[in-house]
Design a protein around this ligand. Sequence first.
Ligand code: SAH
Length: 355
Amino acid sequence: MSRDFEAPGSDHAEMVRRLIRTHGPISLSRFMGESNARYYAGKDPLGAGGDFVTAPEVSQMFGELIGLWLADMWIAAGRPQPVHYVELGPGRGTLAKDALRSAKRYGLEPSVHLVEGSPVLRDIQQAALGPVNFHDDLTSVPADGPLLLVANEFFDALPIRQLVRSADGWRERMVGLNEERLVFVAGDQPMDAAVPPDWREATQGTLIETCPAAAAIMQEIAARLSAQGGAALVIDYGHTELRGGSTLQAVREHRKVDPLAAPGAADLTAYVDFETLARIARAHDVRWLGTVSQGQWLTELGIDMRAEGLARLAPEYAERLQQDKRRLVADDQMGLIFKVMGLAGPRWPGGPGFA
Ligand code: SAH
């Protein structure tokens, strides 16, 4: 018997196998969507004792600078009221807590709306932030004022589709069974129509990814900013232009594992395609402020000064603050692979960090 059977989430693995045994291979997108829903529903995956560490969990400076950016935008827009803070996939609520604390110093005290699917994480967010409004998706978020929206490491968890160029044209990459083991197989339906024209004639073996859920959510964010005003920051790891190749990865206890080995027990993510997100946003009446590296953005917002300021308050943490800052901004850490994309409503100003 394989180890998966004892692992947390193993009922889910058996459910997936049963589904495939009965109905045949399922799309990677369905596999990833259901596995992640199961994964996040059951646990708090964040932090040293969990499976992975995110930027707000590295340092309070991350959320504080985001709060500062939002406050700056809001002040430049003439301090509109009401105003709503919206966060997608807030994890432990750490980013929101740090951002709202720093925004408050500038008079910005928005109502708080969290889009969160996991009941376990909702409880943790509520404990961190006090009374907040929870939403299953953006549709129920208020429409009566500008939105200040943040999404950190949210888009990377949305289910992707992979398309592979086979000898007979493009096919969807599916998850099938080889005896009891989950394996990738090519779907039997032609998928050429789903491939961008430039890629249609690519050589055999070429693989591209799309994320229909990310596209749909970006569409909704752009439509809201266009109608209500506000600003948005999308922060995630990914590229600024579409590339070939699989970026699917699974992480468990801070290690990369086989994405098919333990469905529901590992965090499945893929690189965010910022080129497509920017294209969708720009098709609406919103301002695309730019997509820059996290290192550049945090540096332009003054993370060096913030680290020095905190070190003056607590000299015993000076070295730790430098280490944490390095982790967020250095090219060989999170600084280069993570990107920050900024958007603003049509009559809103441009924000700092996107020069
Ligand atoms: N932003 C946090 C957490 C990142 S982990 C941080 O930076 O620390 C991903 C978060 O997105 C979790 O809160 C997870 O529960 C949530 N999430 C993932 N997919 C989701 C979906 N489809 N709908 C709502 N929330 C989702």
